[in-house]
Design a protein around this ligand. Structure first.
Ligand code: F6P
Length: 525
């Protein structure tokens, strides 16, 4: 692989020259006055949605250079590698097969590569298992245990697709090591009527194994054999077998954890919406994969969004991005995106290990609208720094209550407008206090219809590819996550110290906290 440093590309240097002006002098209001077709020029259509990028602090010269940067950083080649299932994760010498898998699965033909054919067969096995669970009248509750990518995607999809559930079974997701999470769930279930799904790609994640231990203990107390009531999902089936579990579904080892929902880890979602619904979810994501693969870069939604992030983070010095889904069922979307984007692009070294000399992945946060309006929107409108906001809304609601959906959409559109336009305090008002500076950027994603399985699939794939695009432009590896390892290692050490009282080698603060914690909790290893 050719090692690329974006700072040495002509496009990066051109963008640096442009940045001063756009950070200081560019005014969205003037831009709209000067370009009567700005909305048309800076909005694109993608499967299931319109993406309006016109209220951003950019213009043709910037977009042109960002597109040039994408080319100079080899995006077209890297995109083909990703979509063909070739190696893109160089620190782990692996592919990242999420898109290749769903493209292969939805095409209906047997993939040429045996490994991909096996992945497709594993996905079919999961869908068959989902139908078996759905048909089992003894299962009243399904408890999915996993964490990070092994829970966030399923949790989001279960919530987002509630009107599409085709089962009476209740489905819960437990992720936290904090026992309150599992205890609250178990309190709603009966051991004879509960099926557990334990999802862990590595089969070694402490949180998931501890929750599984507690769940199997709960079954055993009622005389139930856990191997009858637990389905394990992992890329390490040998390890799962050692525990005596007999229902094991395989997920690909070269599918990144944050893309797990496209694998057997999607089982709780398939139980909820059925195999037919899950295929629609996959079809929506594959439609976005095709858009990403085939649409010219200048009209390619994930490409433009990914490059926008590069522009804001590296050139406009905006370290954060706010996501405001104006859809109650997308209220976990910010949490899902935090893993997708921050675990992927929270990096400060390039592929070859060189430290970058520029900002990379942004901090991402948000809350569903309109709730967020009554919390942090004050800061967005009048706070000391500008943060780009992303509105996500669906044209159609799926409830029968009049008087809600149109006002909801009106609020989303008005917030984007207010951020851009701002206003000056009028006569009788309080200057300063009632001034809105405006010129604050936002992007608007409007789903054509309702938040259906296929629309959700397209939305998730859009964000996945966007994250990949910015990673390529930054020259970083978006598919590893070494940054999570140190904390896990140290937690093992600290846990041991709870038991043996050893404080040797600890800094004073850590030792002090440990002593305080030991004094108040009952030690449990
Ligand atoms: O700690 C981060 C991480 O490795 C994620 O990337 C992953 O989604 C999560 O942990 C769970 O991992 P596993 O599926 O192996 O239990």
């Amino acid at each position: 692989m050719v090692e690329l440093n974006p700072q040495t590309t002509p496009a990066w240097q051109a963008l640096e020259r442009l940045a001063g002006h756009y950070a200081r002098d560019f005014d969205l209001r003037q831009a709209f006055a000067a370009e009567p077709k700005r909305f048309q020029q800076h909005s694109v259509r993608a499967p299931h949605m319109l993406v309006d990028l016109s209220k951003n602090l950019w213009d043709e010269p910037v977009v042109e250079q960002l597109l040039a940067l994408a080319i100079q950083m080899g995006l077209p080649e890297r995109r083909s590698q990703l979509l063909n299932g070739e190696i893109v994760n160089h620190t782990e010498h692996q592919a990242a097969v999420h898109a290749a898998l769903r493209l292969a699965f939805t095409s209906g033909t047997v993939p040429a590569l045996p490994a991909m054919a096996k992945n497709c067969a594993d996905l079919s096995a999961m869908l068959a298992m989902a139908e078996t669970v759905r048909a089992d009248a003894t299962v009243h509750d399904v408890v999915h245990i996993g964490i990070g990518g092994s829970s966030l995607g399923p949790e989001l999809a279960l919530q987002a697709l509630r009107p599409y559930w085709r089962t009476q079974q209740r489905i819960h997701v437990v992720s936290n090591l904090d026992g309150h999470d599992l205890a609250e769930t178990l309190a709603q279930c009966h051991p004879a009527h509960t099926l557990f799904i334990a999802a862990s790609k590595s089969c070694s994640t402490f949180e998931t194994l501890q929750n599984l231990r507690s769940a199997t203990g709960w079954l055993q107390q009622s005389g139930i054999n856990p191997s009858d009531r637990v389905v394990a999902i992992t890329a390490n089936p040998d390890v799962a077998q050692v525990t005596g579990l007999k229902h094991i579904l395989r997920m690909p080892a070269d599918l990144g954890g944050r893309y797990s929902v496209w694998s057997a880890v999607g089982l709780p979602v398939a139980v909820a919406i059925g195999a037919v619904g899950f295929r629609e979810l996959l079809a929506g994501s594959a439609a976005m994969d095709s858009h990403f693969a085939q649409t010219p870069l200048a009209h390619n939604a994930p490409v433009l969004l990914g490059l926008l992030d590069v522009w804001y983070s590296s050139f406009m010095r905006m370290p954060m991005r706010c996501v405001a889904p104006y859809h109650h069922r997308l209220r976990r979307f910010p949490a899902y995106l935090q893993q997708l984007d921050m675990e992927s692009n929270g990096k400060t070294v390039r592929q070859n290990g060189d430290v970058v000399g520029y900002s990379t992945g942004m901090a991402l946060w948000g809350e569903a609208g309109t709730n967020g309006q009554h919390a942090f929107f004050q800061w967005l409108h009048q706070g000391p720094q500008r943060t780009p906001v992303e509105f996500v809304a669906a044209s159609q609601a799926e409830h029968a209550l009049p008087g809600h959906h149109t006002p909801l959409l009106a609020n989303a559109v008005a917030q984007a407008q207010a951020l851009m336009l701002g206003s000056k305090a009028g006569h009788g008002q309080l200057p300063g206090h009632q001034d809105f500076p405006g010129n604050r950027p936002s992007t608007f994603l409007l789903l054509d219809g309702a938040l259906s399985p296929s629309a959700l699939g397209a939305l998730l794939a859009l964000y996945e590819h966007r994250t990949f695009v910015s990673g390529v432009a930054w020259g970083i590896n978006s598919f590893d996550q070494w940054g999570v390892e140190l904390g896990k290692e140290l937690a093992k050490d600290i846990l041991q110290r709870f038991a043996d009282g050893n404080r040797q080698g600890l800094d004073e603060s850590t030792a002090g906290l440990l002593n305080a914690a030991c004094a108040t909790v009952e030690t449990q290893l």
